[in-house]
Design a protein around this ligand. Structure first.
Ligand code: PEP
Ligand code: CO
Length: 394
């Protein structure tokens, strides 16, 4: 009997609070039915693999390795195929190879892939093509990208499609790992607890999230006593938390207490995303707070989410000068404090898009602005960001 066949579905979790703010499902009944179906499906990842990634991340935390975490801001259902998966994985492997060659240390490749189907949004509505008020796009696991009222209506049936497509992607990744030599681990933001909780599984005395290897909590849902922190605290996976500029030392201490009570290296990663100008001000206090709490988290730099701007034509973009500046400050601060810069977290794509720009005054090219959410680095820009990290960190 294989290990997987002994995996049991988790006991039904306590009912989620009536309003699941991150999705806005129209009918609680329909979500309950979907949850029951998700609970009966096979796990997408094995507990042993999640624990293996924890061990690898412990090496990063100890200073002996690095990681590159990257992929789309929002994966799209329509783009999932063996071909796109192979291209995305190849890009991550290439960047991990650069990191390895450039630093002389092993590097992990971790995709924002096979589950990055839900987006936290700052506003519930936006203005549609006719000036009408339209619910915002929340990721393919919730609603459709097309700017129509119909497409934007949340549909919990999409959670099942997300599962099926994530399952396909895991299969494609597994199929090529042997020939490609380097494993691509999976990660996504664990935003939709209506997806994550029914996919939690129990194996022996271990409870884990079977939707992906590494799960992270976003900047908007990282309240230490919030539902997301409590949900991930119960899982054995490696977990990460995004930290924005308003993060306090007390937040870090509390996140450590709740998410890494055993202070186990590899369990917890912090992903700083505070914007190039604020790293010097914000990061030292957070690093000290983690150290004072006895934790040894992996420190990761997301140089994307604190540097988002609107260009003249209203599109979101990011300047490479700011991206590079945040990476440099991040590595320097950690070095100064005697801590290891673990790696970078990038929004990127193997397509030759024009979503991020070189510097001030540039506007993103409309012809190849394809992202469904935030602007991504194209392959050359992703290599550049990786090279900046290597230059500082080696
Ligand atoms: C993201 O990673 O796409 C995201 C929304 O990040 P954050 O939670 O850091 O804003
Ligand atoms: Co994003």
């Amino acid at each position: 009997m294989s290990a997987l066949s002994t995996v049991r579905s988790a006991p039904a979790p306590a009912p989620a609070p009536a309003a699941a703010p991150e999705a806005g499902w129209p009918s609680p009944q329909a979500v309950t039915e979907v949850s029951a179906r998700l609970r009966a499906l096979p796990p997408l990842v094995a507990l042993g693999d999640c624990l293996e990634l924890r061990r690898r991340l412990a090496e990063v935390a100890a200073g002996g390795a690095h990681l590159i975490q990257g992929g789309d801001c929002a994966e799209l259902f329509a783009e999932v195929s063996a071909h796109t998966t192979r291209r995305k994985a190849a890009q991550l492997r290439e960047l991990a190879g650069l990191l390895e060659d450039g630093t002389g240390r092993p590097a992990l490749a971790v995709g924002r892939i096979a589950g990055q189907f839900a987006k936290p949004r700052s506003q519930p509505v936006e203005s549609g093509p006719l000036g009408e008020s339209l619910p915002v796009y929340r990721g393919d696991a919730v609603n459709g990208f097309a700017p129509t009222a119909e497409a934007r209506t949340p549909d919990p049936g999409r959670l099942l499609t997300a599962y099926e497509l994530a399952s396909d992607i895991h299969r494609y990744l597994a199929a090529e790992t042997e020939s490609a030599g380097r494993r691509v681990w999976t990660s996504h933001e664990a935003l939709l607890l209506d997806y994550e909780l029914p996919l939690a599984r129990t194996l022996g005395d271990q409870h884990y999230g079977s939707s992906g290897h590494l799960l992270w909590i976003g900047e908007r849902t990282r309240q230490p006593d919030g539902r997301h922190v409590r949900a991930l605290a119960a899982l054995a996976n490696p977990v990460a938390v995004k930290l924005g500029p308003a993060t306090t030392a007390a937040d870090v201490a509390e996140l450590v207490a709740r998410l890494d009570p055993e202070r186990a290296p590899g369990r917890l990663s912090f992903v700083l995303r505070c914007g190039a100008d604020l790293v010097e001000q914000v990061l030292p206090g957070l690093v000290r707070a983690a150290a004072d709490a006895g934790a040894r988290p992996v420190w990761i730099c997301d140089p994307m989410h604190g540097n988002t701007e609107r260009s003249a034509d209203g599109r979101k973009t990011r300047r490479m000068t700011r991206v590079a500046a945040e990476i440099r400050s991040f590595v320097r601060v950690l070095r100064r404090l005697g801590e290891h810069p673990g790696g970078v977290h990038l929004e990127l794509t193997p397509d030759d898009v024009t979503e991020c720009v070189a510097g001030p005054g540039d506007t993103p090219g409309a012809a190849r602005y394809w992202t469904a959410c935030d602007p991504r680095l194209n392959p050359a820009q992703a290599r550049f960001a990786t090279a900046v990290f290597i230059e500082e960190a080696r």
